[in-house]
Design a protein around this ligand. Structure first.
Ligand code: NAD
Length: 461
């Protein structure tokens, strides 16, 4: 009799286990840098994910197993989850969201004409969702959006919705170049939510990502929305502050590298985001700082620090131009400049607001010719600049016959080059380094004219 009981208990346990589905069905609307990483990482944790995009070409590529962006570590996870049948792609919003309990919105929020975040992508999809949802859904805003957007999304969905739903703000903090590791092991997860059921669903979705004890912060939607803008605005300010210190170092003969180390070891300041250079770019900092300033103006509040950050960064992007002009005695017509690095930062192919593009356009306007190399961003630049510049197959070919080299992105491959080969290839041994890659003593030894940011110029020996 007791063995019968044990047998029954085992049967019950098995049935419970089978019925208790731990994985979730997720849809991600917008399959760009954030959406594709989000979808792939949730699939990696065993969830079933459908990524939706209106770009039919992109979806066709994804269905063929091709990752349309460069992001370290993404390919392997992408492939594994497609093979396991946990990651799918479609252009059909209805088919994509039908089975999903949670729908992430990873849509663009580009700057509108007045600098505010353009919410038309998000509100357009929200309206559509209201019309087509056939069961309860948690709608999660992962895009970077101004305070109050969750309310606008709720209203847009509610206009036509016939089923219950919740709206959650879950800003994304991943960095391009580290997107997969940032998503898999986030410093923190921020969830803005005023609905208990949705909060529990979000918590169980993110629990596997914070097993080491990093926090999931629950807060109201507005605070979550502002947390993302405040984080990006702070980081942009930190970089810009250091750029101003670097500019001042040049005037007074100080070395910004020494100042950076000197202040960075103070734990209140920290070592990161203190490297000076030719300004910040990318798809986030410029537009997010601008959008926060605009949000302030809408409330009659003047974000004075951020106004200054924008102005300083604008100048910083082309700060090397007068120096290059000066070196060539004002005459850039016919000079051949090799450019190393086109992406807005290393380990990405993203060229949105890349300082390299500002420098290239300024140099072209002065009559210089450009031969460029970037490990991953060449095709994206070709789509924007076309035949205006030439593209080299590697960093050394770019140098052939160059009057000077300009470094715009700190890719690892540029850090330890063969200086002897470089000198042989270049017409003149001249480097303008917008990312401070090289040691001043080494450059002096190698016999280059070397001009960087916030440090003394090295004259050719
Ligand atoms: P992205 O431009 O790379 O991707 C957006 C995708 O949405 C594109 O593939 C586009 O085709 C698609 N799309 C546009 N309209 C659509 C629609 N109606 N239906 C379905 N798909 C549609 O943008 P991103 O860089 O992934 O950024 C998305 C959001 O995340 C932005 O708000 C951004 O500020 C924020 N964010 C970006 C990063 C980053 O590093 N890129 C980091 C954190 C937050």
């Amino acid at each position: 009799c007791s063995s019968d009981l044990v047998f029954e208990q085992i049967k019950l346990c098995k049935a419970l286990t089978l019925n208790k589905r731990l994985f979730m069905k997720i849809a991600v609307v917008g399959t760009g840098y954030v959406g594709l990483v989000t979808g792939t990482c949730f699939a990696e944790m065993g969830n079933h994910v459908v990524c939706i995009d209106i770009d039919a070409h992109k979806v066709a590529q994804l269905k063929e197993g091709k990752v349309p962006i460069y992001e370290p570590e993404l390919d392997m996870l992408f492939e594994r989850n497609i093979k396991a049948g946990r990651l799918q792609f479609t252009t059909d919003l209805q088919a994509g969201i039908d089975a999903a309990e949670v729908v992430f919105l990873a849509l663009p929020t580009p700057p509108g004409e007045d600098g505010s975040a353009d919410l038309s992508y998000i509100l357009g999809v929200a309206k559509q969702l209201g019309k087509i949802m056939r069961s309860y859904k948690v709608l999660v805003d992962k895009s970077t959006v101004p305070v109050g957007t969750a309310e606008l999304v709720k209203a847009a969905v509610a206009e036509h919705a016939t089923v219950p739903f919740a709206v959650v703000s879950n800003p994304e903090f991943l960095r391009e170049g580290f997107a997969v590791s940032d998503f898999m092991k986030p410093d923190r997860v921020v969830i803005g939510c005023s609905d208990d059921k949705a909060a529990k669903i979000m918590e169980s979705l993110y629990k596997p990502f914070v097993r080491q004890g990093n926090p999931i912060y629950f807060m109201d939607e507005k605070s979550a929305e502002l947390t993302k803008y405040a984080a990006n605005a702070f980081l942009a300010t930190k970089i810009t502050f250091m750029n101003e210190v670097a500019n001042f170092c040049e005037l007074v003969g100080a070395d910004v590298d020494k100042v950076r180390i000197g202040i960075g070891s103070d734990s209140r300041i920290g070592k990161r985001f203190l490297f000076p250079g030719i300004g910040y770019g990318g798809s986030c900092f410029p537009k997010d700082v601008q959008a926060l300033v605009k949000s302030g103006q809408d409330q009659n509040y003047d974000f004075q620090i951020l106004q200054a950050v924008m102005a300083v960064n604008e100048d910083q992007k082309t700060i090397l131009l007068p120096r290059i002009k000066n070196y060539f005695r004002g005459q850039l017509q016919g000079k051949k400049i090799a450019v190393w690095g086109l992406a807005f930062k290393p380990d990405t192919d993203d060229i949105r607001e890349a300082p390299a593009l500002y420098m290239i356009r300024a140099l072209l306007a002065e009559g210089a010719s450009i031969c460029a190399y970037d490990p991953e961003a060449m095709l994206n630049v070709q789509a924007v600049l076309g035949e205006q510049i030439t593209y080299a197959p590697d960093e050394y070919v770019a140098l052939s016959g160059a009057d000077a080299l300009l470094i715009c992105t700190e890719w690892g491959v540029f850090r330890n080059p063969n200086f002897v080969a470089m000198k042989d290839l270049m017409k003149d041994a001249v480097i303008f380094d917008g990312r401070n890659l090289y040691d001043l003593e080494e450059m002096s030894k190698q016999g280059f004219y070397y001009s960087s940011v916030g440090r003394q110029n090295i004259m050719r020996s």
